[in-house]
Design a protein around this ligand. Structure first.
Ligand code: DC
Length: 220
């Protein structure tokens, strides 16, 4: 079983996906963490976010492992390092590079097929698993997403004001939506869940109900 959850930065995909996966008895695969780890590795190796053949080979040669709450890059736990605002910017820039996306495609498909999974990202329902059993597009207003992201950053002990975080979110939306390869889009058969005025539990309930509906339709 493959459940795809796509949507813009800060809509609550991570937490909702984790809780939804628990409820459905699935594993959760954070594909954004893969892009973040790749961006970190590529930056460390001196690559710029440009489409060069060596970058795809570099990406496919990386040893990337994701567990329910950690990400390992060639054996090193990089879970905290990939969560800074700088890492978000860099992940979005590298994610716009076609050969980086190509380099991560097989890994995402292999992980998704390894067990019943909830995968969250930007192009899961449109490109990685267009035949997913259920698809959700989880969004919220940019202001609400900025407020939530600010709270997450504060919890990590990182600074920044609301206007700064809002500008970051809008810049990342722009980059993720306007890139030429696999841009952020709602798949035509995805169910839209707008979490702007929902609590976390409310968003999980809405997603769970939408998934059940789609699974039921698939069985008919
Ligand atoms: O979900 P996130 O914010 O951790 O993702 C970080 C960046 O990675 C995001 O700005 C866009 C990119 N990404 C992507 O292009 N495709 C995915 N499936 C997941 C993330």
């Amino acid at each position: 079983m493959i459940i795809a959850i796509d949507g813009p930065a800060g809509a609550g995909k991570s937490t909702v996906s984790r809780l939804l996966a628990e409820r459905l008895g699935c594993i959760r695969i954070d594909t954004g963490a893969l892009y973040r780890a790749v961006a970190l590795a590529a930056t460390r190796a001196g690559f710029a976010a440009r489409d060069v053949p060596e970058l795809e080979a570099f990406v496919t040669a990386l040893d990337l492992r994701v567990t329910q709450d950690a990400v390992f890059l060639n054996g090193e736990d990089v879970s905290s390092e990939i969560r800074t605002p700088e890492a978000s910017r860099s992940a979005s820039a590298f994610a716009a590079v076609p050969c980086v996306r190509a380099g991560l495609m097989e890994l995402q498909r292999r992980l998704g097929r390894s067990a019943p999974s909830v995968l969250d990202g930007r192009d899961i329902g449109t490109v990685v698993f267009p035949d997913a059993d259920a698809k959700i597009f989880l969004t919220a207003s940019a202001e609400e997403r900025a407020k939530r992201r600010l709270a997450e950053l504060r919890a990590l002990g990182l600074g920044g004001g609301l206007s700064e975080v809002l500008a970051e979110i809008e810049a990342r939306d722009m980059q993720d939506t306007n890139r030429t390869v696999a841009p952020l889009r709602q798949a035509p058969d995805a169910v839209l869940v707008d979490a702007t005025s929902l609590t976390l539990e409310g968003a999980v309930d809405a997603c769970y109900a939408a998934v059940q509906r789609q699974l039921d339709q698939g069985r008919e």
